[in-house]
Design a binder for this molecule. Structure first.
Ligand code: AKB
Length: 312
């Protein structure tokens, strides 16, 4: 029987992944954790500061944990406010998780990476799995380092660690925080409330994104794949869809014709321009049969359906 610890369970992906794992494995088998415990959590939710290795070890021992999903990290935009602190937090929590996993012989670990590992010198269209990694943000630098640590712990200690380079994740269940792709969620909240949206990126900034359902399915499919099929032990490229703020606005206008976006690019524009516009994920397709299900029209319809009071 698996007992699964999620670190960063209160975040955008953690909130939804936690529910998906509870549905799959049972509520008593999933130990959600974050710095703060939300009011009325479903199932087991414990307070955990992942910068404290002994605190992670205590929970692993107490709940007999067999798998860890480590989702806590400072993201691309907020990370730039304090680069050294971001590096320390992202690396310390990662190394703590890896050491606990090694010591307690955890059977499987998931640590997400990001499209932020890519920078100026990677091809921006259909960015390949193997590309030059020269990230422009401290978040990206920490994810490149993380990918190499994952590979190291796998080859040196035989740990079964798996990872995906998430694009921007679009969700109705939870809000992102501190990312460069966050606009693609914020825009829907404005649209359903009948308000105009001010975008911090230029209208033609194309970025890779993924709808939450696809992101969760990809994570579970990767984690459940036969270990012999996992040929990438740094992190897999993962594609969902790609769009610009102008294209997303047009897709929303199908439901709200008077909805308007204005553009006031800030420092996040430069981060976005350093990232891929689209991702080549043929390796994920070949190794564990990955195939996204949501295009722009379907994603937009679902977001509006869930965020508005009525079905559209
Ligand atoms: C961010 O914008 O920083 C994240 C990411 C792409 O990893 N959503």
């Amino acid at each position: 029987m698996e007992n699964i610890l999620i670190i960063g369970a209160g975040g955008q992906i953690g909130t939804v992944l936690c529910q998906a794992l509870q549905e799959r494995y049972g509520e008593s088998r999933v130990i959600a954790s974050d710095l703060r415990v939300p009011p009325n959590p479903r199932g087991i939710f414990v307070s955990l500061d992942a910068t404290q290795v002994l605190a992670i070890a205590d929970i692993v021992r107490q709940y007999n944990v067999t798998q860890i999903y480590h989702l806590a990290a400072v993201l691309s935009a907020s990370g730039e406010a304090n680069p050294i602190r971001t590096w320390e937090l992202n690396m310390q929590t990662l190394l703590n998780v890896l050491e606990v996993a090694r010591t307690f012989r955890i059977s499987k670990v998931f640590v997400p990476s990001s499209i932020a590992v890519f920078g100026e010198d990677a091809p921006h269209v259909n960015t390949p799995q193997q590309a030059f990694l020269d990230p422009a943000t401290v978040y990206g630098i920490s994810k490149v380092a993380a990918e190499n640590w994952l590979h190291y712990y796998h080859t040196r200690y035989g740990l079964d660690i798996r990872s995906l380079r998430y694009p921007g994740v679009v969700s109705y269940q939870s809000l992102p925080g501190g990312g460069t792709t966050d606009y693609a969620v914020d825009i829907f909240h404005k649209a359903v409330h009948g308000q105009p949206f001010t975008c911090f990126l230029k209208e033609d900034t194309r970025l890779p994104m993924i709808y939450m359902d696809d992101a969760i399915r990809a994570t579970l499919e990767l984690m459940e794949a036969d270990a012999a099929r996992i040929t990438v032990r740094t992190s897999y490229n993962l594609a969902g869809l790609s769009f610009t703020p102008a294209e997303l606005t047009a897709a929303i206008q199908v439901y709200y014709p008077s909805f308007q976006t204005t553009y006031q690019p800030d420092f996040r524009q430069q981060i976005a321009e350093s990232w891929p516009q689209s991702i080549d994920d043929t390796r994920a397709a070949a190794d564990w049969d990955w195939k996204p299900a949501f295009d722009l029209a379907r994603m937009t319809g679902e977001m509006i359906h869930h965020l508005s009071d009525h079905s559209v």
